[in-house]
Design a protein around this ligand. Sequence first.
Ligand SMILES: [Zn+2]
Length: 229
Amino acid sequence: MTVTADVRDTVVALRREVCALHEQLTRYGLVVWTAGNVSARVPGHDLLVIKPSGVSYDDLTPDNMVVCDLRGRVVEGDHAPSSDTEAQAYVYRELPEVGGVVHTHSTYATAWAARGEPVPCVLTMGADEFGGEIPVGPFAIIGDDSIGRGIVDTLRGSRSPAVLMRNHGVFSIGPTARAAVKAAVMCEDVARTVHISRQLGVPLTIDPADVDSLFDRYQHVYGQQKDPR
Ligand SMILES: [Zn+2]
């Protein structure tokens, strides 16, 4: 497979977008060293754009992003793709509505993942963004489909765009790469606040009917309707 002329402009734009979105991971303190990445689907093609493996965030450029097929094989790029490419490719193969995937080991969310405990829905922002608890996925070793399968199996049964993979970290999805980054940022924020609340006492639950109405309002009414989230 190659990047054909009809998709050239889209790939160039996505290289820029995916590169720029990595700045949000460092801005919000979600990553250290090179651990964490953003990818985007190339709409209408079995391709994705992802961070190169082991390149520091300061050295990322649109040109060193890597284009892969949905089996994780490099189609265009001088670098090896992120070691999470296979997992993310699996997500794009199985969930056609997903346009972006993000992976981080952000501290508070990963602390919940280390305990294998979902983050309960005790904040309106949790209801807004996740529509309930932030679920935990299975323990999975890197190197085959098991991480991708764990992400897909967990998120298929959930309204949450983020999953805490047990003993590992966060994978988030969205209709766009930007939406997936937002979900990763919100996941860490909710995990941090609920963690702190737990230190102080027992967080109060939100009635499931209120969770439903908050989620529905936020997903369909909130914000500038012309702006894609
Ligand atoms: Zn990881």
